[in-house]
Design a protein around this ligand. Structure first.
Ligand code: GLU
Length: 382
């Protein structure tokens, strides 16, 4: 989608999305009665993924369904709902789930990669940077990442509880411009459609106000832990990261096409682009843990939009880890930029002033060429 359409607050179109996260709820993937995978549905989704990719769009799938599939597979009864039984079910079901994606997308010559994340991976910046670059690399290599929560290691406290929020965190992490939350509801209604025939679907939400939140109620489905409230929370996270979010019903086949054709859905519209949101996050909200002092050549390169290479570093102040926020200043101490460090302060000291092709010899591993990548860097005015 173009930056202009987002800034103007116009309703984005899925056909314009460059990087789309599609979150799929358990109730779509797993048949209510049999507890088995709904293969025809996933087959039709695979066709949709082919169509999106042929248009040049990048697709990331966040899929639930492991616990539901695993419960049936392990023969767990309705009473067996302890955390460790859920986690065992997730371990077994995740294999079935990943296999189904690999099978159906493989039939269409698309490679699939499984990524299991926990809340910690998106909130701890070191892991976050790794997960972000793994996902970027997978996309560059043309694979479809299929993501789920790493349910077997998650504890009660750090569980996402719902993959809606995981979908939003992933969208934020990889600067996606669109998040599609597919579930078994058409979107957000102004009253509960189950007991009010007059209930109207809200097509567009510019801002998630208290009033909008109050419309979400406490709904939940048999499988999956998310209801409308978790979808709203997800939309809030994604929209703040500049990612347009749409809640739509996935019950039918080809649900993405239905949204494209203007079918029932609720859109949440961001006011900024993912890039602007990320720059704002790096520039403003992070506490700085250290400082790199750079030479005039590196400063000129930064102003032109390049990344910061170790060769331009004169000295390193403070004690920071990879992924921490740091400031960049010139030799007079004037602050020029802020960014996320690709190296810890001790490694940064070892490679400062050296060429990137010397990094492996100096550190004993092949790290990034840049000490701060340009996507992780914000220039300060003045
Ligand atoms: N991670 C869970 C699963 O794969 C689903 C969580 C959710 O439905 O939000 O079964």
């Amino acid at each position: 989608m173009t930056a202009e359409s987002q800034i103007a607050g116009a309703r984005p179109r899925l056909v314009d999305a460059k990087r789309m996260v599609i979150k799929i709820g358990s109730s779509l993937l797993v048949d209510d009665e049999s507890g088995l995978l709904n293969r025809p549905w996933l087959d039709s989704l695979a066709d949709e993924i082919v169509r999106l990719r042929e248009r040049g769009q990048q697709v990331i799938v966040v899929s639930s369904g492991a616990i539901a599939l695993g419960r049936k597979y392990l023969g767990l009864g309705p009473a067996q709902r302890r955390l460790e039984e859920h986690q065992a079910a997730a371990a077994a079901g995740q294999v079935l789930l990943a296999h189904a994606y690999q099978d159906l997308l493989g039939d269409r010559n698309i490679r699939v990669a499984q990524v299991l994340l926990t809340l910690d991976d998106t909130e701890n910046r070191r892991r976050y940077l790794n997960a972000r670059s793994t996902l970027d690399t997978l996309l560059r290599l043309g694979a479809v990442p299929v993501i789920n929560e790493n349910d077997t290691v998650a504890t009660n406290e750090i569980r996402y509880g719902d993959n809606d929020r995981l979908g939003a965190r992933v969208a934020e992490m990889i600067s996606a411009d669109s998040l599609v939350l597919l579930s078994d509801v058409d979107g957000l209604y102004d009253a509960d459609p189950a007991d009010n025939p007059e209930a109207r679907l809200i097509e567009e939400v510019g801002e998630i106000t208290k009033k909008i939140e109050s419309l979400a109620g406490e709904s939940s489905t048999a499988y999956g832990s998310g209801g409308m409230i978790t979808k709203l929370k997800a939309a809030q996270i994604a929209v703040a990261a500049g990612c347009a979010t749409v809640i739509a019903n996935g019950r039918q086949l080809q649900p993405i096409r239905a949204v494209e054709d203007g079918g029932p859905a609720t859109w949440f519209i961001p006011r900024k682009t993912p890039r602007a949101a990320r720059k704002q996050w790096i520039g403003g909200s992070l506490k700085s843990c250290g400082r790199l002092i750079i030479d005039a050549g590196a400063e000129t390169a930064l102003v032109k939009g390049s990344s910061l290479l170790p060769v331009g570093i004169v000295s390193v102040d403070g004690d920071f880890e990879r992924g921490d926020a740091i400031t960049v200043s010139d030799v007079q101490g004037r602050e020029i930029a802020r960014g996320l460090a690709a190296y810890s302060s001790s490694d940064a000291r070892k490679i400062s002033g050296r060429r990137s092709d010397e990094i492996e010899g100096l550190l004993g591993y092949t790290g990034r060429d840049e000490i701060i990548h340009r996507d992780d860097l914000v220039l300060l005015d003045g």
